[in-house]
Ligand binder design. Structure first.
Ligand SMILES: Cc1cc2nc3c(=O)[nH]c(=O)nc-3n(C[C@H](O)[C@H](O)[C@H](O)COP(=O)(O)OP(=O)(O)OC[C@H]3O[C@@H](n4cnc5c(N)ncnc54)[C@H](O)[C@@H]3O)c2cc1C
Length: 383
């Protein structure tokens, strides 16, 4: 059978929408297949905001990718005419030897990124919302900020469609197979063939990539919005940065400025404090005890934030054992299948550059970007 198209992209969330754009803009014939609607709230790319930063405490190896991700974000804003990013600055708070502070400092120094170290008193003076303990410090990064996930996905989809990609929503992939000549993808409606398949399944990776040899744990996460007792005035992006804060027990919370107007409150969350789930079993209800636990954490660190509780939403992390991503040719089908999964709760800030890498891999089999860290073979061999 002649291939129906050059490339099929499975999943049009954060990574898949970016891949579809980068493939289409290079002239590939693209079919994108998505189980739900455009920029939906059932995966991992919703909730209004995501932190972005370059002084990366998770590892200095990520910095070159972030430099490129920022460039591509600027281009995406220009090309789509949408407002996607707000660079309000960010603070990594904790003991000086904590991972967020020490790790961010290492990356900033190694790559010469603009930053300042603030002691507790200076942090509180600059950003009065925070009440750090005397043994805590912060790394301030002026180029950190927030991204709009739904707007970003919509921008990538819009540009992909403008360049001829055929994007199909409400059309789940049931199974796929590959051989040396190409791929065959069965959806709920039809069978499609293509030269290349790019699989960006988010939390559905365990179902759609069973043979990859990557153990992925899917975790339920909750985002909370509170109305500060003082109103949102002191929390607007010109006055209040994004933050990640690790306490002495290793509990990490993070939060954002107020970006949804006076009634929208401010958003905060625990980092990686969720039960293991699947996309089918996730509890989408948010319970009284969870809301209280978040409010109690905020009360000790940003005391005016937990005024009235406004709302909450759930989301999923897809976490690998070492919390690094998986971006590669599929080791079992290296001629025709490319995978992007296991973003471990920190992938969104990379979507633009991941789209570029996936287009490189699908169209040329290789990429100039440093992706060695993301090889699936670091876990177990594929089956
Ligand atoms: C609460 C929360 C906070 C986060 N905060 C940050 C942050 O501040 N900064 C940051 O950088 N990252 C953050 N992340 C992580 C980041 O959002 C994710 O790493 C990223 O969104 C993952 O994108 P994805 O494309 O892998 O998954 P998704 O966007 O979920 O895309 C996967 C897509 O595949 C589709 N799909 C699945 N199965 C099928 C099928 N059979 N057929 C067709 N389509 C299918 C799904 O419907 C979905 O649209 C956060 C995540 C969460 C949940």
């Amino acid at each position: 059978m002649a291939p129906a198209t050059d490339v099929i992209v499975l999943g049009l969330g954060g990574m898949g929408s970016a891949a579809a754009h980068h493939l289409a803009v290079r002239g590939a014939r693209v079919i994108g297949l998505e189980k739900f609607g455009p920029a939906h709230d059932k995966g991992s790319s919703h909730g209004g905001s995501r932190i972005t930063r370059q002084a990366y405490f998770e590892g200095a190896d990520y910095v070159p990718l972030l430099l490129r991700a920022y460039e591509l974000y600027a281009r995406l804003e220009r090309d789509s005419g949408r407002s996607l990013a707000t660079f309000c600055g960010g603070v990594m708070i904790g003991r000086p030897d904590s991972r967020p502070v020490a790790g961010a400092l290492r990356s900033a120094e190694q790559w010469g990124l603009p930053h300042e170290l603030l002691d507790a008193a200076e942090l509180h003076r600059r950003f009065p919302a925070f009440t750090p303990g005397p043994d805590e410090a912060a790394l301030y990064e002026p180029r950190a900020g927030l991204l709009r996930p739904e707007e970003t996905v919509s921008a990538h989809l819009e540009l992909a469609a403008r360049d001829g990609a055929e994007l199909c929503f409400g059309e789940p992939v049931i199974r796929w197979e590959a051989d040396g000549r190409g791929v065959r993808v069965q959806t709920a409606e039809r069978v499609l063939t293509a030269g290349q398949l790019v699989v960006c399944p988010g939390a559905w990776a365990p179902d759609l990539l069973p043979c990859l040899g990557v153990p992925i744990t899917v975790e339920r996460q909750v985002m909370y919005w509170f109305q500060p007792t003082s109103g949102t005035g002191p929390y607007t992006p010109d006055r209040h940065p994004v933050f990640v804060w690790e306490d002495g027990d290793g509990v990490q919370i993070y939060g954002f400025p107020a970006i949804d107007g006076p009634e929208g409150g401010v958003k905060a969350a625990f980092f990686r404090k969720g039960e293991v789930c699947t996309p089918e079993t996730i509890d989408r209800a948010v319970h009284e005890g969870e809301i209280r636990a978040m409010a109690d954490q905020l009360a000790t660190r940003l005391p005016a934030v937990p005024g009235a509780f406004l709302r909450a939403a759930t989301c999923m992390y897809s976490t690998t054992p070492d919390e690094h991503f998986v971006i590669a040719r599929h080791p079992r089908y290296p001629e025709s299948v490319t995978v992007a999964c296991g973003f471990s709760g920190h992938g969104f800030k990379f979507v633009t550059v991941v789209g570029e890498i996936l287009a490189d891999l699908a169209l040329t089999g290789t990429t100039a970007h440093p992706v060695e860290l993301f090889a699936p073979g670091r876990f177990t061999p594929p089956c």
